[in-house]
Design a protein around this ligand. Structure first.
Ligand code: ME8
Length: 518
């Protein structure tokens, strides 16, 4: 039975045919922010990520490097696992599809689809893109001037002809269209939903789901000449991670997933093939598939040959972890394509984090430490400005919760930073430094209101900038049990008299290396 308080969220599992790049990091960070948000909001979260080791792409890369596909998978999966750790991800598990448990799960879902009469043997002839690990119809491909034929994502396709098992995808056209109608939130954002619906409305053909010309994959049950088409086993990872097929397993109650977070290039696999496989196997469907956009380096596609691939480890080292996490989620509306540049990230770090939030927190708390005996002051009567500021702050969760429920991370962050901006204007207008001499009680009220805003903002931003938020909450002497979302709002105001020592800086400015003289 589904535990209504559970929240299961996944990333795509990455191909470890190379080392991780910023696109992978982006997806992991965003998913982690959503996992942390739901946890802070009282949900029992399960967060899965990992690597997708099978298929021809892996095999070809390994052959080029003169190693086995398994060696390549092991070596690079270690890098992916290190990356999610370096990004501060709070994933509960890291799956690799080479694992024994995954072979068991993939073979079982295959058996169930076969038992439902949806699998038959025939022979396939058609176009295949190894880079996309995808089959394409002839009319989705085109031969360009270089004499090479390309698929719809701009990758080369090759002609494949071999014996193959097929999945009766054609029989799922109407069921899928009904799913998209009945569950309008199944696919997000809307432009992706429209894209998928028009693809399915065009009619679906049966899908080749096994290969015989190589053996790097999960063997097909009872026919070991075939290995499964990589996407059949890859998608199954989402249930392998919950112990499928052992439905008495302690993790299984997390199924169906609340959100599969993926990139826009793989929406078809997740919103068409995956629900069809699950319907066939008699398993519940995920509640939502959300496709984020692509990241570009100053407008250019990242590629090894252009030499502009960004290493996530370098990024963290250069800018800091919280800063990197914040930048991508604030800068790029989640669901849209986005750009990365040094100038843009430095601007976000210095303007939003160091100036707007960091400075406000350190100025106000330093004044409390210095002028109020290091204790949160007792507020006097609240002015209209004080009340308006607090009301706006108290309303944040009601904006952030629905936004994060729809993966609109940027809307939540915009709302939080709108309050931060407003709080800066409030602080400047109230001039507590001038009140120190003229009206110390009023100064105490202004500082109290500002500290209370910082408390609530810090609780909220724990999901994006966890280390800095922790420092801010430490600066406010908030115990561990006062840091979740049930402590937001007017019922849990900062207690007057709470220790507020000289604050530790939470958000340093980014200083260009030449400015330091280094
Ligand atoms: O697609 N910007 O793996 P993958 C943003 N193994 N996101 C990007 C990106 C970029 N420049 N490049 C890639 C696969 N991604 C399959 C998934 S899931 C059952 C199997 C995203 O390593 C991409 O959209 O090519 C995908 O969601 C993830 O990174 C892994 O991509």
């Amino acid at each position: 039975m589904t535990d209504r308080n559970s929240y299961y969220i996944t990333t795509a599992i990455s191909y470890p045919n190379g080392v991780p790049h910023i696109g992978h990091a982006y997806e992991a960070i965003a998913t982690d922010v959503m996992a942390r948000f739901q946890r802070l909001d009282g949900k029992d979260v399960y967060f899965l990520t990992g690597t997708d080791v099978h298929g021809q792409k892996m095999l070809q890369t390994a052959q080029k490097e003169g190693i086995t596909a398994r060696e390549l998978a092991d070596r690079n999966s270690d890098r992916f696992e290190a990356m999610v750790e370096a990004l501060g991800c709070t994933n509960n598990d890291f799956i690799r599809t080479s694992q024994e448990r995954h072979y068991k799960a993939s073979q079982e879902i295959w058996r169930r689809m076969a038992a439902n009469g949806d699998i038959y043997k025939d022979s396939y002839s058609g176009w295949y893109s190894v880079r996309d690990e995808a089959y394409y119809q002839a009319d989705e491909t085109e031969e360009r001037e270089d004499g090479v034929r390309y698929g719809p994502q701009g990758t080369p396709v090759e002609w494949v002809e071999e014996e193959s098992y097929f999945f009766k995808l054609s029989e799922y056209t109407d069921k899928l269209l009904k799913l998209y109608e009945d569950q309008p939130d199944f696919i997000g954002p809307n432009e992706r939903r429209n894209e998928v619906m028009s693809f399915v409305k065009g009619g679906l053909r049966d899908l080749s789901i096994s290969r015989t010309t190589f053996d790097w994959g999960v063997p097909v049950p009872d026919d070991e000449k075939h290995v499964m088409y990589v996407w059949v086993d890859a998608l199954t990872n989402y249930i392998t991670g919950l112990g499928f097929p052992d439905e008495d397993n302690e993790l299984w109650h997390n199924w169906p997933a609340d959100a599969h977070i993926i990139g826009k290039d793989i929406i078809r696999f997740h919103a068409v093939y995956w629900p069809a496989f699950l319907m066939s196997a008699g398993l519940p469907l995920p509640k939502r598939v959300f496709a984020h956009g692509f990241l570009f380096n100053k407008g250019e596609k990242m590629s090894k040959s252009v030499g502009n691939v960004i290493d996530p480890f370098n990024l963290i080292e250069t800018y800091g972890l919280d800063q990197t996490r914040y930048f991508f989620l604030r800068e790029v509306p989640f669901g849209k394509d986005g750009n990365y540049s040094h100038e843009a990230i430095v601007n976000r770090i210095n303007a939003d984090l160091a100036n707007d939030l960091g400075n406000l927190a350190s100025r106000s708390l330093s004044m409390i430490a210095k002028n109020c005996d290091g204790k949160a002051p007792q507020p006097g009567d609240l002015s209209d400005e004080d009340s308006a500021m607090l009301t706006q702050t108290d309303a944040l969760l009601e904006i952030c919760r629905p936004a994060m429920g729809k993966q609109e991370i940027h809307i939540a962050l915009n709302a939080i930073w709108a309050v931060v901006g407003e709080a800066n204007r409030y602080f400047a207008a109230q001039e507590p430094w001038a009140l120190k001499k003229t009206d110390p009680e009023r100064m105490g009220t202004v500082l109290y209101v500002t500290a209370e805003i910082i408390r609530q903002v810090a609780i909220l931003v724990q999901c994006v900038t966890p280390s800095a938020a922790e420092k801010m909450l430490d600066n406010l002497s908030q115990p561990a049990d006062a840091r979740s979302f049930d402590k937001l709002g007017s019922a849990h105001r900062l207690t007057p008299g709470t220790d507020i020592p000289k604050p530790q800086p939470a958000f340093p400015r980014f200083v260009e290396p030449e400015e330091t003289g280094a």
